[in-house]
Design a protein around this ligand. Structure first.
Ligand code: PLP
Length: 444
């Protein structure tokens, strides 16, 4: 099939073939060419493609009803999913509000925070501090929190400026601090910013616990996470974890916050939540917050498709499959293997400067000098060319050129959590072939 009328007005990189079918970690175009989904799409397809139990659950729901407006009916699909999701979250995070995607989840999280503050007599609080770089979505509210200039700057006049602190890009630091001290140093930037802004004006702090496309799987030292929680508590500021990418097992814990035993006040989820089977996301919050809101008349927010039964039937079946197949621990175990294999590549390719991440949220970064972490020249367009070399060879990976105040090319290798050790070797073979071609092309 061909088409000259695209309904996707994207910044097209390369023309892409039509997708025909997908199964497990593999995808096939209409010519029959096979691709390994080495990035789970955009870190979405956590349980792989065409899972028969999820498809069966969706078909069963379709036979019953596909839509019931929330003001007219409750649906079992959304009730069961909310209960299941809450049971998998840290104790205390037990109220679930459904949305249809990550940007909607972030929008909803900050509006929930704001309305809650008003119920607490704290209407002066409205600023949401976030980090630079970061990605929280592309709707105007979420974009105001996003620390990624190319996407945000054209819309400046339409957004309320929100304060940003530096993300903990510790791998670029060349000081002699211990990991712990460095974590505290970056966390204390939040304290300084709150004081500079005036604590009574600050509503919340939002962070990706492990960076996604924004920083390329950036994990902070352990000390960072606890200190951030302490600082938020010190000033009565809500802590929002954007787990849109990290949630539902991706990093080897159900949500990334579990790695550090942190209980955020609000968590935004999407992507792996329905794992690409339906557009779905959720905001999970503490019961005390939601009850305060309900007492004050309810949440002044909501989307027509919130709690859509078909999407929720997919979400419930996905969470059941995550449990049945032990995908959270598989992500941790396979992540260790894959991270080890990516780290091995540093011996073969001096232009790999860093390998990082947790579970199956992994990335490597290309540099021209590993000691100084000097990026490759921008003109090489490494983040595009290596992705194309891999794509030609049947491997999909995800890339960006950005980090801190500087620029750098990083590549996310984030296969579905169902991956096996043999399939990791398939990924590695194509990746090595692609990196060899990249090195030859650029005399590296
Ligand atoms: N937050 C994070 C951390 C993300 O990675 C993304 C998407 O990549 C979003 C929010 C926005 O999600 P969506 O594209 O579903 O609106």
């Amino acid at each position: 099939m061909t088409s000259e009328v695209s309904n996707l007005f994207y910044m097209a990189r390369q023309p892409r073939p039509f997708l025909d079918r997908a199964e497990g970690i593999y995808m096939y175009d209409q010519s029959g060419k096979r691709y390994i989904d080495g990035s789970s799409g955009a870190m979405v397809s956590n349980i792989g493609h065409s899972n028969p139990n999820v498809l069966a659950a969706m078909k069963a729901q379709m036979d019953k009803s596909t839509f019931g407006y929330r003001l007219h009916f409750r649906t079992e699909a959304s009730e069961f999913l909310a209960t299941k999701a809450a049971s998998m979250m840290p104790e205390g995070l037990d109220r679930v509000f459904f949305v249809s995607g990550g940007s909607e989840a972030v929008e909803s999280a900050i509006k929930l925070a704001r309305q809650y503050a008003i119920t607490q007599g704290q209407a002066s609080r409205w600023k949401v501090i976030s980090r630079f770089p970061s990605y929280h979505g592309c709707t105007l509210g979420a974009l105001a929190l996003t620390g990624y200039d190319p996407l945000a700057r054209p819309f400046d006049p339409m957004m309320r400026d929100m304060p940003k602190i530096a993300a903990p890009t510790c791998y670029l630091d060349r000081d002699n601090l211990s990991d712990e001290a460095r974590g505290l140093k970056y966390a204390d930037l939040l304290r300084e910013e709150i004081i500079a802004q005036g604590p009574e004006s600050v509503l919340a702090f939002i962070m990706e616990p492990i960076g996604g496309a924004s920083t390329g799987a950036l994990v902070a030292p352990d000390s960072y996470y606890a200190r951030i929680r302490e600082i938020c508590d010190e000033f009565g500021i809500l802590l929002i974890y954007d787990e849109v990418m990290t949630g539902v097992g991706r990093t080897g814990a159900f949500i990334a916050a579990d790695h550090w035993g942190i209980v955020p006040d609000i968590v935004a989820m999407s992507k792996g939540f329905a794992a690409g089977y339906a557009p779905l996301g959720a905001v999970v919050a503490k019961a005390s917050m939601v009850e305060a809101l309900l007492d004050a008349g309810g949440f002044l927010h909501g989307y027509t498709y919130a709690g859509n039964p078909l999407a929720c039937s997919a979400g419930l079946a996905v969470l059941q499959e995550v449990e049945r197949l032990g995908l959270v621990s598989n992500a941790a175990n396979m992540g260790d293997i894959l991270k080890g294999r990516l780290t091995d590549l540093m011996e073969r390719y001096p232009f790999i400067g860093d390998v990082r991440g947790k579970g199956l949220l992994l990335a490597f970064e290309l540099v021209s000098d590993r000691e100084t972490m000097t990026p490759l020249p921008k003109e090489l367009n490494a983040y595009l060319t290596l992705v194309e070399l891999a794509y030609e060879r049947g491997l999909i990976i995800y890339s960006r050129r950005t980090r801190g105040g500087v620029e750098g090319d990083h590549f996310l290798v984030c296969p579905p959590l169902i991956i096996t050790p043999e399939q990791i070797e398939e990924i590695m073979a194509i990746l090595i072939d692609s990196l060899d071609a990249f090195a030859r092309q650029n005399n590296l």
